[in-house]
Design a protein around this ligand. Structure first.
Ligand code: ADP
Length: 460
């Protein structure tokens, strides 16, 4: 049946089948009209009813086509009606133009072939019987045609062979369709698998990239660690050499006669302080890294007192270098909560750096002011400054802007790392603003509440 085509074939193929059928009908109508024209004058022709039959058929075919456009769901039964009307139209046309003597009835062969191809065996036999009945009827029109029976049988035979072949073709088509559907399913699965494989490949590539990054970071850390070891050794060796040199001199030569013993002793004490400072820094780092928040001993503190007492030991160094060291603190108390020993370390480190990187004649200002949620400490200098590319890394462990073996200033690249860890433990924030040649400002925000889960998150 026509609908089995519709189900099996794709829409474009089905439309082509419909258009072939429409053309075949148009050609058949043309053939019938020409035949009628030729037989017009024959005494056995009843021209007017024949012409009316033709015109009625044309009107029906056009009407059916139009109806189908608005009612595509009626395609199935309309197709059956159309095929039946085809056979009836041919029969009537032939009956009005000489029965079996009119060539019009030959169109029944075309009809039987067309319905067989479209509809399969069952439909072909049904329509074949209809066509055979029409021929049988025509052969009874006087004078009766002797070959009528033969054509009746031939039509049935055509219907049978055409229908069988078409059923067979439909079966093949169905199998092809099913195979095609299976292939589409497999294709879809393949596409999904390919998508999955692509995603896995992307993930693997991303994984590899991250591993490479981690490896590169490890290499960089290793390089910094080696540099750090060199620097630390150097930092220890210099004051030790000074202490040993002066000690040896005193041992061999005795105290200097000109009363400069106190100068010698001062240099030795300063060298010892340097060593103690470095050892303290290393101890604090290892304590913080091991104990984390457990290393904190939090108390309520006045930031002004803390700053004053932490800065005092550095005044002598500032004076000797010719750097002015000024405090800018509020009148009233500035309450914060924190570990006094760690915060003392933090202030000293920031001020020590400011002095270290300021030229003689420079100035360092330490400010403190209160904030709604705690207090802020600022250390500003007008020294060498830090260029933008180094700023994101100065808080990294072992990182030094001028870390080469011939560096001009002492240091081991762990001071700001410790400062950042201290601030992190206090759930505060540390920031730096700097311009090369113009100076640097470090600002540290410390919360007023006790550090803990309810405190604001550190912004590092
Ligand atoms: P270091 O022991 O080398 O001073 P830090 O961790 O304290 O190590 O500092 C890291 C780097 O940041 C230093 O090598 C220095 O170049 C830069 N730096 C820190 N403070 C200042 C500052 N006030 N002015 C200019 N550069 C600074």
């Amino acid at each position: 049946m026509a609908t089995s085509w519709a189900r099996l074939a794709d829409a474009a193929l089905y439309r082509r089948g419909e258009s072939i059928t429409a053309w075949a009908r148009a050609i058949s109508v043309g053939f019938a009209l020409v035949a009628l024209f030729v037989l017009w004058g024959s005494p056995r022709t009843r021209a007017v009813p024949a012409l009316l039959t033709g015109l009625t058929y044309i009107a029906f075919a056009l009407g059916a086509r139009n109806w189908l456009r608005g009612h595509p769901e009626s395609r199935r039964w309309l197709s059956v009606v159309h095929d039946t009307v085809d056979a009836a139209g041919v029969g009537l046309g032939a009956a009005f133009s000489g029965g079996m003597e009119s060539p019009i009835w030959l169109l029944l062969y075309a009809h039987v072939v067309a319905v067989s191809v479209r509809g399969g065996l069952g439909y072909a036999l049904t329509m074949g019987v209809l066509d055979a009945l029409v021929v049988a009827g025509l052969s009874q029109i006087r004078p009766s045609h002797p070959e009528g029976l033969l054509h009746t049988l031939s039509l049935l035979f055509c219907a049978f062979t055409g229908g069988t072949t078409s059923s067979y073709l439909h079966q093949i088509q169905r199998r092809l369709f099913e195979a095609n559907r299976d292939l589409s399913g497999m294709n879809e699965q393949l596409r999904e698998t390919a998508g999955l494989a692509r995603r896995m490949e992307d993930e693997a590539r991303e994984h590899l990239r991250r591993e490479k990054d981690a490896y590169r970071r490890l290499e960089e850390l290793d390089r910094l660690r080696n540099q750090y070891l060199g620097n630390v050794s150097h930092e220890f060796r210099t004051p030790l050499t000074v202490i040993r040199g002066y000690g040896e001199h005193l041992m061999n030569e005795g105290p200097p006669p000109d009363g400069s013993l106190s100068d010698v002793m001062r240099v030795m004490v300063e060298s010892c302080d340097q060593l103690i400072e470095m050892v303290d820094t290393l101890i604090e780092i290892s304590r913080i890294e091991q104990e984390g928040e457990r290393s904190l001993e939090v108390r309520l503190l006045d930031l002004r007192e803390l700053v004053t007492s932490s800065v005092d030991p550095l005044r002598l160094r500032a004076a000797r270098k010719g750097v002015e060291l000024a405090l800018d603190l509020p009148e009233g108390p500035l309450s914060i909560r924190g570990d006094p020993s760690l915060l003392d370390h933090l202030v000293r480190k920031l001020v020590d750096n400011a002095l270290k990187y300021s030229p003689p004649g420079g100035k360092v200002v330490v400010r403190g002011f209160s904030e709604p949620e705690g207090g802020t400490l600022e250390v500003e200098d007008w020294g060498i400054g830090i260029s933008a590319e180094h700023i994101p890394r100065i808080f990294d462990k072992f990182y030094m802007v001028d870390g080469g073996i011939n560096r001009r200033r002492r240091g081991a690249g762990v001071g700001l790392y410790l400062a950042r860890e201290i601030v992190r433990l206090h759930k505060g924030a540390i920031d730096v603003r700097s311009r090369p040649g113009a100076g640097t400002v470090f600002s540290v925000r410390l919360p007023g509440g006790a550090p803990g889960p309810s405190s604001p998150e550190a912004r590092l």
